[in-house]
Design a binder for this molecule. Structure first.
Ligand SMILES: Nc1nc2c(c(=O)[nH]1)N(C=O)[C@@H](CNc1ccc(C(=O)N[C@@H](CCC(=O)O)C(=O)O)cc1)CN2
Ligand SMILES: Nc1nc2c(ncn2[C@@H]2O[C@H](COP(=O)(O)OP(=O)(O)OP(=O)(O)O)[C@@H](O)[C@H]2O)c(=O)[nH]1
Ligand SMILES: [Mg+2]
Length: 440
């Protein structure tokens, strides 16, 4: 595919920085390198050059790398200028490049969009590349890298090939039905293959939440009566004073969230308003939010002040909870039998039990998350298409008319093709590429 404009952007991060990478892609690339760097640059080799404005004045001395299309990231001619990472240096270089006819600033994700349109990446790999750039934890990085390398795409392409093969077998049966040279067992094998495929897709779909835990984080909500010590524990785990602590019951009203990295997994921890019946308007809203938030949590950490009688707190049905006794530092020696009533006891004041709690949270997150090599749907977009595809396979399986059954398998394959972008996806591209930053 040939685009009329060449595009340029700062591809490295926030300035000032040690070094900045300015990337250029498109048919004007060779000319731009000759203009700015004085002469052409050798392919895929860094050369140190004086970079100049069109009037001959020096912008910076930097490294230039040229990648000839189609064997480049975008599939077009690409050049990179690695310059000193000053704001004015980069501004002057971008100014000089965009002053060249046919070169303009890139839009967010536009380099990757060109890579996709030139067949360098499919849609699932593109989404995984966005995840890789946003990865903050080890598990996010490994998961994204696997899919950016095409593992998830290969799974879907394999399923699509099976569907195409099954259709071919059915078409042959339709065409030669009276010739008796296609044994009946061929169709039997086709349908048993489709039953297996449908169940493989179902298993794959079931893994979505495990993948979501890697991508979005394991969702832990702290609940308890007012003054139970929720915010104190929350701050101690977050290692900063993110929430206000006071001896006044009803201090916290809004949901407050921090992200922790436990065992290489993202864990989202939310502090909430203390649950009680008698509360003012604002506190009442906070309590409603706390309850709603708890409904969708992966884990509830239920806190109870060990020095007072246990309040009556109802957890959402089917919720997984850890019961934590707080303020253990205030417990008299003769009361220590109480500890047996809890999964763990802690003190936000002395720090007792915090390491154990973090360890437990990490273990539970690990258990709920997918393991590194698992292939899972990573977007609701995939889930919708997988569900639709599976429904078509099931309709084919329960059908009786070979023509209609073959058509259902075609529709199923079309849905899988939409996931990787092998069939018309024009309508999706803007959504997907807008996830990227400029320069990618
Ligand atoms: N300086 C720099 N570092 C970078 C990138 C970049 O664009 N520039 N990348 C950008 O994201 C990543 C590396 N990804 C890349 C992927 C493909 C090609 C490429 O030239 N592909 C050709 C040739 C492949 C080959 O020779 O093996 C191709 O696919 O045809 C380059 C970088 C990470 N590091
Ligand atoms: N001794 C002792 N005091 C604690 C401990 N944890 C909290 N406190 C005290 O208990 C009071 C309430 O603590 P918070 O952390 O604000 O309690 P909360 O559960 O967030 O309360 P609300 O936001 O009002 O629902 C404060 O005075 C804290 O200093 C603890 O482990 N030991
Ligand atoms: Mg609080």
């Amino acid at each position: 595919m040939r685009f009329s404009d060449s595009i340029v952007a700062l591809s490295s991060g926030k300035l000032p920085a040690g070094v900045a990478v300015v990337r250029l892609s498109g048919s004007r690339t060779r000319f731009a390198v000759e203009t700015i760097a004085g002469k052409s640059a050798p392919e895929r080799t860094a050369s140190l050059r004086k970079l100049r404005q069109t009037d001959g004045s020096l912008i910076d001395t930097g490294l230039v790398i040229f990648f000839a299309g189609p064997t480049s990231f975008t599939g077009e001619d690409v050049a990179e200028f690695q310059v000193h990472g000053g704001k004015a240096v980069v501004a002057a270089l971008l100014q000089a490049l965009t002053a060249i006819e046919g070169i303009r600033h890139a839009e967010p994700g536009e380099f990757t969009r060109r890579a996709f349109l030139n067949g360098k990446l499919d849609l699932v790999e593109t989404e995984a590349l966005a995840d890789l750039i946003n990865a903050e934890t080890e598990s996010q990085r490994r998961f994204a890298l696997l899919n950016a390398g095409g593992a998830q795409s290969e799974l879907y392409e394999g399923w699509r090939r099976q569907l195409i093969h099954a259709r071919a077998m059915i078409e042959a049966e339709i065409d030669f039905a009276d010739e008796d040279d296609i044994p009946g067992s061929v169709l039997e094998a086709v349908w048993s293959g489709m039953r297996k495929l449908s169940s493989d897709i179902a298993t794959h779909i079931d893994g979505f939440h495990a993948g979501e835990i890697i991508r979005e984080g394991f969702d832990v909500v702290i609940l308890g009566a007012p003054n139970a010590g929720k915010s104190s524990l929350f701050n101690a785990l977050a290692k900063r004073e993110a929430a206000i602590v006071s001896d006044e019951p009803g201090t916290t009203r809004d949901l407050i969230e921090v992200a922790l990295d436990l065992h290489g997994l993202k864990v989202r921890l939310t502090d909430t308003a203390g649950l009680r019946e008698q509360a003012g308007t604002v506190e009442g809203i906070g309590i409603k939010r706390a309850k709603e938030r708890a409904e969708s949590a992966d884990l509830i950490v239920l806190l109870q002040d060990m020095t007072i009688a246990p309040p009556d707190i109802e957890l959402p049905e089917g919720a997984r909870a850890l019961r934590i006794g707080t303020k253990v530092d205030l417990l008299a020696e003769e009361e220590q039998g109480k500890e047996a009533e809890f999964d763990l006891v802690v003190s936000g004041r002395t720090g007792q039990g915090l390491d154990k709690l973090l360890e437990r949270l990490g273990e539970l997150a690990e258990r709920a998350a997918a393991s590194a090599g698992d292939l899972l749907p990573t977007r609701l977009r995939h889930m919708e298409l997988l569900n639709e595809g599976k429904a078509f396979i099931e309709r084919a399986l329960s059908g009786t008319d070979l023509e209609l059954q073959a058509e259902d398998l075609r529709l199923a394959g079309e849905r899988l093709g939409r996931i990787v972008g092998a069939v018309d996806v024009e309508d999706l591209l803007d959504v997907i590429f807008s996830q990227f930053c400029i320069g990618k």
